[in-house]
Write a protein that binds this ligand. Sequence first.
Ligand SMILES: NC(=O)c1ccc[n+]([C@@H]2O[C@H](COP(=O)([O-])OP(=O)(O)OC[C@H]3O[C@@H](n4cnc5c(N)ncnc54)[C@H](OP(=O)(O)O)[C@@H]3O)[C@@H](O)[C@H]2O)c1
Length: 240
Amino acid sequence: MKFGIIGAGPIGASISKKLVKNGHEVKIADARNIEHLDGKDIAGTPVAVEEVINNIDVLLLSLPLHVMPSIRPIIDQVGEDVIIADTSNYYPFRDNQIKEIENGMVESVWVSNQLGRPIIKAFNNLLAYTLENKGTPDGTEGRIAMAIAGDSPSQKQVMIDVVNELGFDAVDGGSLSDSWREQPGTPAYCTELTKEELVEALKKADKEKAPIQRDKVMEKFSAGMTHEDIVRINRETYNS
Ligand SMILES: NC(=O)c1ccc[n+]([C@@H]2O[C@H](COP(=O)([O-])OP(=O)(O)OC[C@H]3O[C@@H](n4cnc5c(N)ncnc54)[C@H](OP(=O)(O)O)[C@@H]3O)[C@@H](O)[C@H]2O)c1
């Protein structure tokens, strides 16, 4: 398949490498200018953002959520058949307190509104380290799973298949409106669960509690923590 990626942080970079390793064609861009890609550990062809949207099947957005409105002019030029998948999460300290989300709008619904396009929510609920290092072949016992949400069953299925190929089971997280169940602060968020555990975690999510738990976790994180410390704190806090 042919992929375009906008955003070359830990998630976008990791996806680019995994896709190329699996034989896909990948173009990757920075939302601002191509010089921002200099020195980054990415795979595929680095291109300008105007070019990344041409001749692709899937466009992956991997940007801080507050950047979304600025890429609307590019998204307006994306072909109708192209699947747009987004990895973003809302963190108020980084994303400048977005009023609609603070008032309860589902994060991916807000993103979709900003882009003027339906999106598939994917890759938001595993940490970059997990994505990069903990994928396993289909059928492996204890394989880690990721929730994927969106309104188009066929587009969602394409992304479920991509995620499986990249080393993870996928769980259907429902429609975009349901996708608050996989946002920061929920039991499904970056807790490295198996498929069966993730299905239960999505059911247990509490919409009111999630932003409080998200902020509690941020207070508990400190420099020098290992990846396993972070996953343990996520599990303890998001299930309390
Ligand atoms: N990191 C994780 O473990 C993780 C896990 C799941 C989901 N996510 C979500 O996935 C998204 C991407 O996260 P990430 O950690 O991979 O990377 P990130 O730090 O959010 O950066 C992603 C990309 O956006 C660029 N960028 C930063 N500020 C920008 C701005 N003002 N305008 C345009 N581009 C800008 C970055 O460039 P520079 O590198 O030059 O700053 C980078 O290419 C975020 O929404 C994040 O919440 C992250």
